[in-house]
Ligand binder design. Structure first.
Ligand SMILES: NC(=O)c1ccc[n+]([C@@H]2O[C@H](COP(=O)([O-])OP(=O)(O)OC[C@H]3O[C@@H](n4cnc5c(N)ncnc54)[C@H](O)[C@@H]3O)[C@@H](O)[C@H]2O)c1
Length: 297
């Protein structure tokens, strides 16, 4: 799928959760801008968000930035209003935000802190609902629009930790389907992208090559995705090229398919085999390395 320079000409797109350079959200912002859209970029972390926006402005793109806290309904309402007033319309929203800062505390249910569960759902589900609540009326003042939610492949295959994140992303998939069903006849399309592990700049900087190799070996194609893989699909789902596509969840997740083996379900690496145990240990280490690195940022 190739992004073409005029695919999103004259469109105004709000991108939420793009405040980290080298992240999935920032790659989505770059790809949308390259396809010709005017953008409003939003995130909780505004210092790095400004840098992401500035880079695009220097490339000649029309980009504004705005702080938002998805936990606050007022903050989301103000963001959508800002986007609509700034460019006079709103055509699409891509929501890549998630409470990724909690992943290190997000364990199995027997170790779950209620506060972690609640905050994960407050950002990943309630926040996504607020975005839809305010963006849909804004898009309906025009001829409709598109919403793209970034979910996660682990909702289907499970994961060795991160139960709250996984459950919240499953709820996000359900929200996506409800929005597509209820508002489809008024011209709103709503889709989700469900990535497996993606080599963001942060992941790349902290995962030792030996561990990256183990994870790569657990994928169908021997490759891990990069943020641009998600970004290209997001551009397609925002563009009119996907005008017949809604209520979908596109899984960009090749993890653990290849080595699942005949005794286990596809994507199940919870079994007793040596390979499954090695994968679990490596994946936990990857998660913890990412968490400690992100704390230093
Ligand atoms: N990187 C992966 O391997 C991977 C895999 C599957 C799904 N995902 C999903 O992709 C998306 C992007 O992930 P990423 O790896 O680039 O991580 P990231 O941490 O760079 O992106 C998440 C963003 O959400 C923002 N955010 C957190 N709480 C917020 C709040 N209350 N209000 C507004 N913004 C808030 C963060 O500041 C951050 O910029 C996330 O939804 C994540 O769950 C990532």
């Amino acid at each position: 799928m190739q992004v073409r320079p005029n695919d999103l000409k004259d469109m105004v797109v709000l991108v939420v959760g793009c405040g980290t350079p080298g992240s999935i959200g920032s790659a989505i912002a770059q790809a949308l801008a390259d396809a010709g859209a005017a953008l409003v970029l939003a995130d909780l972390a505004t210092s790095k968000l400004v840098a992401v926006g500035q880079k695009l402005v220097e490339q000649g793109h029309r980009v504004l930035t705005q702080a938002v806290d998805l936990v606050s309904e007022n903050s989301v309402e103000e963001l959508v209003s800002f986007a609509q007033k700034s460019f006079g319309r709103l055509d699409a929203v891509v929501n890549a935000a998630a409470a990724t800062n909690l992943i290190g505390r997000d364990r199995g249910v027997t170790d779950m802190e209620a506060a972690v569960w609640d905050q994960m759902f407050a950002v990943n589900v309630r926040g996504a609902m607020f975005i839809c609540k305010y963006a849909i009326p804004a898009m309906l003042t025009g001829s409709g629009g598109a919403i793209v939610n970034i979910s996660a492949g682990k909702t289907l295959r499970g994961d060795v930790d991160t139960t709250a994140n996984s459950a919240s992303k499953a709820a996000l998939n359900a929200l996506t389907r409800s929005v597509a069903t209820i508002y489809g006849e008024r011209g709103i399309r709503c889709n989700a992208i469900a990535p497996g592990p993606i080599l963001t700049e942060l992941v790349n900087s902290v995962v030792p090559p030996a561990i990256a190799k183990i994870i790569r070996d657990c994928t169908l194609l021997g490759e891990l995705g990069v943020p641009e893989d998600i970004a290209n699909l997001a551009v397609f789902l925002v563009s009119k090229r996907s005008k017949m596509y809604s209520k979908g969840k596109i899984r960009l997740d090749l993890l653990a398919v290849k080595h699942a083996g005949p005794r286990s379900r596809v994507g199940d690496f919870s079994g007793p085999s040596a390979r499954a145990a090695k994968f679990r240990t490596s994946w936990r280490r990857v998660t913890w390395e990412c968490i400690s690195a992100s704390r230093k940022w």
